[in-house]
Design a protein around this ligand. Structure first.
Ligand code: NAD
Ligand code: 6OD
Length: 487
């Protein structure tokens, strides 16, 4: 696809203003994207609003079938989706084929099934001096939901939001990241092939500030906003959306710690920590950026970690579960490198990496960064305080449980953590003391779509996953029915 258009009222619409979509592997243009404008957003909101009256009343099985049809549409174009995701993001095709696209399909199938099996609360009220009453709960969709997505796991995160939103009777206006517009456009094509009722799914391309992202957050006709992206953007969206007091669901940034106790299975811990730092080239909100290792195994852990990082490659054709790609953009690469410069200026040491790799081919025009591990970064440093979002971590020693809990919690973020130990008492004592939304023990990024997902502090507002998602997209409302004459 050379030109990507927005999708409104089941029509692809050109606006005449074009944004270039660049290939992170070599900086060349992949395609160009027609940037949506306020008039197009107004049209999308109007038609999405009209569609809510029908879609909001559709039966559970109609909604479920719609989600399953989208899932089947993605499955039938699996290779096209995987190639698009790999091209836009630079991630190895193997990862797009084994994680991004299968998970997008699972998201749709999961919520299609969940609504078929869900039961809601009810309770009977008894008082001494009045008839009994039956309370029961119904879900009410918001109406039109604005869905603003990032570039790191584009279709995975987009479907993670639209599946429960649509399942509960909302219509959606999706804004994919300007860096990764292609898979959302393919999704629109899938919807166009199956969707008889225009307006249920709309895709608007564009940027964030002073563009369609900000307009979605501000639009009085959009009834709720679900956003995944940086904490700074979350804060801006909140400010703009506050004028119409929109319900917000925010999955934001992280500065996640991995804690390795000396009794851990060291081989498994090294493998797990490497995966948690370098998956998707460090561009997953759940990636570890701070590694704390108990003092008595520190040296041996560092030397095994170094060996494991040296074995990582930028080989796109590799089927290995962990292969590095470029960062998403030149700006992101420069941002990551600026943190490396800062760490060095502040006296830290790069144990491995710390530079832009040289390939001697077209990748030198791409946005690559070597996998990097620093140690000795001062605690007050912005390197330790801010989310970097690249293939990098710092590694430091600790002695006691109390000390490492305090260090892990000494951050404004609160998304996730991982603990590596064979002592179940330590694991279960430490896990609840970490002020984060998700803790993995001897694991990382294992997902059960029923489990609550979300962060504390700068890492987000609300929980998604299973019933938590349904509760956001269609909050439960109570109906109280008097049972006259009952006992
Ligand atoms: P970003 O915040 O720059 O952009 C995300 C989306 O918001 C994009 O579509 C962008 O165009 C839009 N946007 C930007 N400014 C906006 C504004 N003022 N108003 C409305 N929309 C605006 O984030 P990114 O760089 O795409 O993604 C990386 C960040 O996302 C990292 O901080 C990462 O931790 C976070 N993230 C979090 C999770 C999570 O589940 N917690 C998941 C993925 C990414
Ligand atoms: O797995 C998920 O459901 C999810 N929301 C992952 C987020 C990853 C952040 O980059």
């Amino acid at each position: 696809m050379d030109e990507l258009l927005s999708f409104v009222e089941a029509e692809f619409v050109e606006t005449g203003v074009w944004l270039d979509n660049l290939n992170p592997r070599n900086g060349a243009r992949i395609n160009r994207v027609a940037e949506a404008n306020e008039a197009l957003l107004d049209r999308a909101v109007h038609s999405a609003k009209e569609a809510t009256s029908k879609w909001g009343r559709a039966s559970v099985s109609q909604r479920s079938e719609f989600l399953l049809a989208i899932a089947e549409g993605i499955e039938s174009r699996f290779d096209e989706f995987a190639r698009a995701e790999s091209l836009d993001t630079g991630k190895p095709i193997h990862q797009a084929r084994s994680l991004d696209i299968p998970r997008a399909i699972s998201n749709l199938k999961f919520f299609a099934t969940l609504i078929q099996t869900e039961t809601l609360e009810s309770c009977v009220t008894t008082t001494n001096d009045a008839p009994r009453a039956l309370n029961y709960t119904v879900r009410k969709p918001h109406g039109v939901v604005g869905v603003i997505c990032p570039w790191n796991l584009p279709l995975l995160l987009l479907t993670w939001k639209i599946a429960p939103a649509l399942a509960t009777g909302n219509t959606v206006i999706i804004k994919p990241s300007e860096h990764t517009p292609t898979s959302a456009t393919l999704l629109a094509k899938v919807v166009a092939e199956i969707d008889a009722s225009a307006g249920i799914v709309n895709v608007l391309h564009g940027k964030g500030p002073m563009s369609v992202g900000e307009m979605i957050a501000a639009h009085p006709g959009i009834d709720a906003v679900t956003f995944t992206g940086s904490s700074a953007t979350g804060s801006k969206i909140m400010e703009v959306a506050s004028k119409s007091v929109k319900p917000l669901s925010f999955e934001l940034g992280g500065k996640n710690a991995a804690i390795v106790f000396s009794d851990a299975d060291i081989e498994a811990a090294v493998k797990g920590v490497v995966r948690s730092v370098f998956s998707n080239s460090g561009q997953i909100c759940l990636c570890t950026e701070r590694v704390y290792v108990q003092h008595d195994i520190f040296d041996s852990f560092v030397s095994r970690l170094t060996e494991a990082v040296l074995a990582l490659s930028f080989d796109d054709s590799s089927e290995k579960s962990l292969t590095l790609g470029p960062l998403i953009s030149r700006d992101q690469r420069d941002k990551v490198m600026s943190y490396f410069d800062l760490a060095i200026k502040e006296g830290a040491t790069a144990i491995i990496g710390g530079a832009v790799p040289h390939f001697g081919d077209e990748r030198d025009d791409g946005f690559y960064v070597q996998p990097t591990v620093f140690t000795g970064v001062p605690k007050h440093s912005r390197f330790v305080r801010e989310e970097i979002f690249g293939p990098v971590c710092q590694i430091e020693k600790f002695t006691t449980e109390e000390e490492v809990i305090a260090a892990s919690n000494d951050t404004s973020f609160g998304l996730a953590a991982s603990i590596w130990t064979n002592d179940i008492s330590v694991a279960h004592r430490v896990a609840p003391q970490l002020s984060v939304g998700m803790v993995w023990i001897n694991d990382w990024f294992r997902r059960d779509l029923r489990a609550p997902f979300g962060g504390t502090k700068l890492s987000g507002i609300g929980r998604e996953g299973g019933h938590h998602s349904l509760d956001f997209y269609a909050p439960p409302s109570n109906v109280c029915l008097s049972i006259a004459g009952g006992v």
